[in-house]
Design a protein around this ligand. Structure first.
Ligand code: ADP
Length: 218
């Protein structure tokens, strides 16, 4: 069975999620209190309805508990975001993702059972700052507070050396899990794989170890 999604709040964040899900051809119900927003998404989402998600009857009449994943993308109104999340949880929605405005908001959301809390502005800010500070980091994914997956570009210093020669696992405690070379991707490369200048290395490890690796080798 195909999954069904609902997005509550069609600001920039919720709107972007709604659009992307729709472009992927999945079923998306879009909900907003603002009529203009609803009209804007009428031709994008599978269904767009005007409604206040803090009203339990609205959520019930939309059959919200039948959706596999609900995204709460209410902006500044933290109270509405918390109340909505709480009711979605009580109605038995399986998976709830909520956009948090700050750390306190996140704490409450986690406590009441949101499955996934996101801070798009904070996370994107961090991401961009990391890219600005490093010439080699293309992108990264935070796995935990201390561990990440990072994409780095191999430079002259690494060129022509095999992974075993560079000995990154023993020296830095990190693993190269894949190499992107032009249009190819080498997943789980052998230790004998020779790195070339311009290769994009996908590296996993503790942030401190990745930093050491970057400082020494990149
Ligand atoms: P962003 O920062 O992602 O642009 P906004 O604050 O601009 O966020 O957008 C949040 C959206 O959520 C607005 O379109 C607003 O009308 C909608 N919204 C706010 N409260 C509710 C609610 N209780 N039920 C449904 N939609 C809501």
């Amino acid at each position: 069975m195909r999954k069904a999604y609902a997005v509550i709040g069609l600001g920039r964040f919720g709107g972007s999620i709604c659009k992307t899900l729709s472009e992927e051809g999945v079923e998306v119900l879009a909900i907003d209190t603002d009529e203009d927003k609803v009209n804007q998404y009428a031709n994008i989402a599978s269904h767009a309805v005007m409604g206040d998600s803090t009203d339990e009857n609205v959520l019930k009449s939309l059959g919200i508990r039948n959706f596999d994943h609900v995204i709460v993308a209410i902006g500044d109104n933290i109270q509405a975001s918390i109340l909505t999340t709480l009711m979605l949880k009580e109605l038995g929605v399986e998976h709830i993702t909520v956009k948090a405005q700050n750390d306190y908001h996140e704490k409450v959301l986690t406590k009441i059972g949101a499955n996934h809390v996101v801070h798009p502005e904070r996370d994107m800010g961090k991401r961009i700052a990391t890219k600005i500070l490093s010439n080699n980091v293309l992108d990264y994914l935070e796995l935990s507070d201390e561990h990440s997956i990072v994409e780095v570009v191999a430079n002259d210093r690494m060129h022509g050396h095999s992974i075993i020669e560079l000995d990154v696992r023993a020296k830095y405690g990190i693993n190269i899990v894949a190499i992107k070379r032009n249009r190819d991707i080498i997943v789980s490369p052998q230790a004998s794989e020779v790195i070339q200048r311009g290769d994009v290395l996908i590296v996993i490890g503790a942030d401190v170890d990745i930093n050491r690796f970057e400082k020494k080798l990149l």
